[in-house]
Write a protein that binds this ligand. Structure first.
Ligand code: FSX
Ligand code: SF4
Ligand code: F3S
Length: 374
């Protein structure tokens, strides 16, 4: 078999050429289907799409950012996730990861954009500075604003990876000296899928791409533009410290016995109750950890304007919404009605919903364990 990767290879062909077995491929299809939130009956559809569809060309732009999103992406512990990104999605341009540089890289991008006009996915990492004609981020003498408009023109859809391109991130934090804005303040005529987090979880990033590759459509988004399947629940609703929260057991200081025992970090400023992300169920490095598991409160890194949302170590005054049904959209509606639900009522109701959620988290952890064994 010729193992050279070709542009018109299907995902499956490229995976096999990389030396993986059909069994690996099916395991990946099963895992990513479950993670996307679909029932096992959809595995066949996902596998078939990956087997038969040509890889989607991807152009990945980097603007004002720390490259943490790319770092998170390539550090997935699932071997096929890394390969899917580096080879299988046909990454035609990413100035951080591609082998070419300078004029060659620029030529490859222009060629791919022309050849795949209207068909490629544009991934954007980083915010876009607009002040003083955009001079605060230029690449080869061109501003980020100019480059973004050019790459967006032929894109079928745009995925913003990270809180910087989704919301503006740290660059846009007060006093926002460079006038940084997120992608959707510049591009108004393309579907935009926001995948926030500073950085986002690797498997979430992959899941969004696989969803598009499989179904040819963008996933269901909430009113803020985030895929519901990954941002439909609060960190608080899948947090393993939640039983402590519900029992009213909190760590008061970082160096206390309670903190060591794993008590809830709510009084130390945890923003898990108002943050939508998959950290509690998926985590990083094959589910090994996430901020709260490492002993630090969630700082709400996937939420809009998170740097300016109040001091990180100060206790939240109110916890809006109730139970795992508290999606961002529902909480938004409740907040509009000027209802702030107190902790006591919230705790009783969520105790009931908790059991189901912990079961899901536990099953996910078990699956992760099996993957390590395999
Ligand atoms: Fe931003 Fe990505 Fe935070 Fe960094 O590049 S989301 S600063 S982790 O990495 O854009
Ligand atoms: Fe977990 Fe934070 Fe919620 Fe406590 S407040 S249960 S540490 S998310
Ligand atoms: Fe970010 Fe909070 Fe998860 S800080 S990584 S959203 S636990």
């Amino acid at each position: 078999m010729d193992h050279t990767l070709k542009k018109d290879d299907t995902y499956y062909e490229s995976i096999i050429k990389k030396g993986h077995s059909r069994r690996d491929f099916m395991k990946f299809a099963t895992f990513i289907t479950a993670f996307m939130g679909y029932e096992s009956s959809v595995v066949g559809q996902v596998a078939k799409a990956l087997e038969t569809k040509r890889r989607i060309p991807v152009i990945w732009e980097h603007f004002q950012e720390c490259t943490g999103c790319s770092e998170s992406f390539i550090r997935s512990d699932h071997p096929l996730v890394a390969d899917l990104i580096l080879d299988s999605i046909s990454l035609d341009y990413t100035d951080t990861l591609m082998a070419a540089s300078g004029h060659n890289a620029e030529e490859a991008k222009q060629e791919s954009m022309k050849e795949n006009y209207g068909k490629y996915i544009l991934i954007v990492e980083g915010a876009i500075p607009t002040k003083d004609d955009g001079v605060y981020c230029t690449i080869a003498g061109r501003t980020a604003v100019e480059i973004l408009k050019e790459s967006a023109a032929g894109a079928a859809a745009i995925i913003t990876f990270g809180s910087c391109s989704a919301w503006g991130g740290v660059q846009a934090a007060s006093p926002n000296p460079t006038g940084s804005v997120p992608v959707d303040e510049i591009i108004k005529d393309k579907p935009i899928i926001k995948v926030p987090g500073c950085p986002p979880i690797s498997e979430v990033m992959t899941g969004v791409i696989v969803h598009y590759a499989t179904f040819g459509t963008i996933p269901d988004l909430d009113s803020m533009g985030r895929p519901k399947q990954f941002y439909g629940k609060r960190v608080h609703d899948s947090c393993y410290r939640r039983p402590y929260f519900d029992a009213g057991l909190y760590a008061e200081t970082f160096d206390s016995e309670e903190a060591k025992k794993g008590y809830c970090l709510y009084k130390l400023g945890c923003r898990g109750p108002v943050t939508y992300n998959s950290c509690g169920t998926m985590g990083w490095n094959n589910g090994v950890s996430f901020p709260i598991k490492s002993g630090y409160p969630c700082i709400g890194c996937s939420e809009d304007n998170f740097w300016d949302n109040g001091p990180f170590t100060e206790r939240l005054v109110n916890v809006p919404g109730m139970g795992i049904e508290a999606t961002a959209d529902k909480v938004g509606k409740i907040a509009l009605g000027a209802t702030a639900v107190g902790i006591a009522g919230h705790a009783i109701l969520t105790n009931i919903a908790k059991k189901k959620e912990m079961k899901v988290a536990h099953e996910m952890a078990e699956k992760n364990k099996n993957r390590i064994k395999d």
